[in-house]
Design a protein around this ligand. Structure first.
Ligand code: SF4
Length: 239
């Protein structure tokens, strides 16, 4: 089974618990205004057999034994069949599998992959359907449907949201986020608010794509701390 991969990061620390190998899928159906990986948008990543990717990952097995492997992107669900066969090999080696996704893709292959993962890092990019469509081209409804699927299967979930000034940094947005995830709290282990950063500017320049949020300042840690405290308070009220 072949898949298109844009990069492999051997020892990551932020995309799931412990030290992890992160596999970045090529291709993504969304176009998030703050995307850090625009090089993954096209379908032109290198093509690999699942067995070959597994061999690369297994070289790091001694280091990632207590962490695992994260399928990221791009959007790994677009190549659900490929990641499903990769998950089969990695799970037979006892490795923990996390899936980093927006949940905007559905279908039988997606269901099959979802049953195989240990946890998901689910990005709830915006908290209204209109904003989600405007700033990503995708659908909040699809993300929430996928969260429902993870919940029904009892998969552990980390929710994530990028906080960008003027887009997601309002108190109303945080209150809405708490309400949206309330029905699924039993599987949610963590909610991470991530600061908007502009480290990707050079990539956009190289690709000749204008960065839509070039004028938006990076989000400071004080804003993240304030909104994280508010989120904790709203989550305790919402359940
Ligand atoms: S889902 Fe991820 S890779 Fe795709 S456009 Fe959004 S931020 Fe970029």
């Amino acid at each position: 089974m072949k898949g298109r991969i844009s990069a492999i990061q051997s020892l990551g620390t932020v995309d799931g618990p412990g030290l992890r190998t992160v596999i970045f899928a090529a291709h993504c159906p969304l176009r998030c205004a703050y995307c850090h990986n625009p090089e993954t948008w096209a379908e032109n990543g290198e093509e690999y057999e699942a067995e070959d990717i597994a061999k690369k990952v297994l070289r790091f097995k001694p280091y990632i034994r207590n962490g695992g492997v994260t399928f990221s992107g791009g959007e790994p669900l677009v190549q659900a069949k490929f990641f499903s066969s990769l998950a089969d090999i990695l799970k037979s080696e006892g490795l923990h599998i996390a899936l980093d996704t927006s949940g905007n893709v559905a279908g039988e292959d997606v269901d099959e992959l979802t049953e195989k993962i240990d946890m998901a890092l689910l990005d709830i990019k915006f908290t209204t359907e209109e904003e989600y469509r405007t700033y990503t081209g995708g659908s909040l409804r699809k993300t929430l449907d996928y969260l429902g699927k993870l919940h029904a299967l009892g998969k552990r979930v980390w929710i994530r949201q990028v906080i960008a000034q003027g887009l997601t940094d309002s108190e109303e947005n945080i209150t809405r986020l708490a309400r949206l995830i309330a029905p699924f709290e039993s599987v949610i282990d963590r909610v991470e608010l991530l600061p908007f950063r502009k480290l990707c500017l050079e990539k956009y320049e190289q690709l000749g794509i204008p960065f839509p949020l070039a004028a938006v300042p990076e989000t400071d840690e004080a804003t993240i701390a304030r909104l994280s405290a508010l989120l904790a308070q709203e989550r305790s009220k919402a359940v």
